[in-house]
Structures are given as structure tokens and as C-alpha cells.
Ligand binder design. Sequence first.
Ligand code: CP3
Length: 344
Amino acid sequence: MTTNSILLKTLRGEKTERPPVWFMRQAGRVLPSYMKIKENYTFWQMMQNPEVASKVTLLPIDDLGVDAGILFSDILVIPHALGMGLEFNDSGPVFDQPLAFRENPLIGLQPDPTKLNYIYSVIDQIVRTKKEDTPLIGFCGAPLTVLLFMLQGLGRKGDFPDAIKFIYQNKETTRQLIDVVTELSIVYAQGQIEHGVDVFQLFDTHAGLIPADLYQDLFMPSIRRIGDAVREKGIPFIFFPKGLGTGIAGLSPDDCDFLSIDWQTPLDTARKIVHPKIGLQGNVDPRLLYSSQPEIEKALQPYIEFGKNNQNWIFNLGHGFMPGISVENARFLADWVKRTDWKR
Ligand code: CP3
């Protein structure tokens, strides 16, 4: 078990000289070392090969200087383990027979937890090869985002129109589908922890596609169940409900330990409206990294005051790295966090 790391200290509520730093989607996208490995494999092959996936997980620790690794995998391994046919092509993930177009979406979903075993082999390999004090972050997708992909079949139609329509027209079936996804996600989260992840993050990238009150009603009970299952196993639970807006004010410390804030929400505003016992993570606009380093540095100045006053904060982006961001700027951001005097 990793203990002596700046990330875990912050998550435990201990004081540190600077905020810990890691980035969502740090393992792919911006790293030339990743692109090079990717020339020889498909994404599925990379994920399923413990040597390759563990290596990719650890690349950003050396190449960017971040304080943690995040497991190289994907949120869509859950629908795959529920029996859905999934491929990753150049434009993103594609499912055969999306659920919104099936006669009965519940028939045919067959949870098979053994289909996740290859991921535990990846974790075992990471734990064997990583430096002892480097924490490993495990993750899965939250039921709304995962279901949107399962219902729509692909993520290319940005706002998942047929999936959202399905949810409004079929609340009862939706609740049952949420349960199916939640139950396998719990088994999966606990499996990751048993194999050695130190922190767990739940990604709800598309939380903002429905109103906050509907989100509370339909999805928060399952978020709480997944969070409880993680915390029962003794590790911290970070929740990223992107686009939930002022809905984040309704979260309680029973829901999560830390809340990852999107780039739409000013961090100071988030701190004012989120329960004081919930720590924050975030929330640099990833697109800022398309601009020049002097511009980036200027835009970061307000974070110094925030970091001085808030120990329970993890430096991160407000969503993942975008394709086409330069590795130099990504490294600059991690360096900046480390060389800044946080006046703590
Ligand atoms: O930091 C990391 O990169 C760790 C691994 C990771 C991946 N996906 C690898 C991946 C993580 C944490 C994810 C999460 C994920 N996957 C989310 C939530 C976070 C977010 O960014 O919003 C979502 C919505 C997905 C679904 C998904 N997977 C999409 C829409 C795509 C295609 C577009 C893209 O590149 O993101 C994927 C494929 C995927 N997942 C790739 C990688 C490295 C690209 C595969 C390739 O290189 O061909």
C-alpha cells in the first residue's frame, strides 16, 4: 500500500507545501512516448496487454512529472463485460446493437465479471513495477455516462439525443439499467482496490446533459452506492460530475471525499457552494494549453491565492487533455505547480 505521497497526504487532510498534481487523460493523447507505442497496437490490444498497459500508465510520471498514475483502461469496459459488442475506431467507441434501439434493452445484458480480469492483471503489473511512493488511481464511469454510450451506441453525436429521449420515455427501465451498471461497477471498483489501487475516481463526463434535480433522483443513489463500496475498502473516493453546475451544492460528505470541478465552474464559486468537508480537485481549462506559456502562466495566477488558502485541493484540469495539446505545455503546467511558492 502506498502511503507517503503528496496526493494521499492531501486526500487524508494533511498539510503539504504545494497541491498535488495529476491530469485527467494524462496517459494518452499528449505523450509522444504513447503515440510511439500506439503505432504497434490497437487501443484494445494496449489495454489488454499487462506489459504495455502498465508501461503506458506510468509514462506520465516520468514524462510530465505528475504525482500519480491513472490506470490505462477505459470507462466502456463495463458495457463490454455486460455482453455488448464494442469496438474503438478512429472516431471513437462504437457498440453494435445500441440499447435505445432494441425491443427490450434489459434482455441480453449478461454481467460477466471475469471479463474484467485482464484489468486486474494490468494493476498487478503496475503495482510490481511502480515506485513505492507513487499512488495509482483506479476509475470507472458513472452510470449516466456509461448508459448514454450503451443506449446511443457511439459518442460521436455529442449530446446523445436518442439516449436522452429513451431516459425520459422509459424511467422504470432506466432505473433497472442503472442498477445493472451499478452492480457490476461495484464489483469492478472493489476488484481494482483488492489489486492495489490507492485512490478511486468516478467519471461522469455527461452529468450536465440532464437537470440537476433529475440527476439527484435517478443517479445519485447509485453514485452513493459506488462511493460507499469504495470507501468501505478504505480508500478515498473522488467524484467528477462534469456540467452538474450548481447541483454540486447539493452534495454531502456522504457522497464523496473530493469533488472534481469542471472548467465551466470558477473554483472560488465551487469552494463557496460545496460542503466544506468535501475537498476539491481541478479545474484548469484544458484548452488553455493551446496558448503560449506566458499566457498560461498569467491565467494560472489566481490559483496561487486559492492554493494558499485551501489545503484540501488537488491541482488538475477541468476535463481531460485534448488531442493536439503540446507535451511541452503539459509539462510546463506540472512544473509550474512544483516550482510555485504556494505561501503555505
Ligand atoms: O488518463 C488516461 O488516458 C487513462 C485512461 C482513460 C482512457 N479513457 C483511455 C482512452 C480514461 C480515464 C478514460 C475515460 C473515458 N473514456 C471517459 C471519461 C473521461 C473523459 O475524458 O471524458 C470517456 C467519456 C471515455 C469514452 C471514450 N473512450 C471515448 C469517447 C473515446 C474516443 C475518443 C478519445 O480519444 O477519448 C475513448 C477511447 C480512448 N480511451 C482512448 C484512450 C487513450 C483513445 C484510443 C485511441 O488512442 O485510439
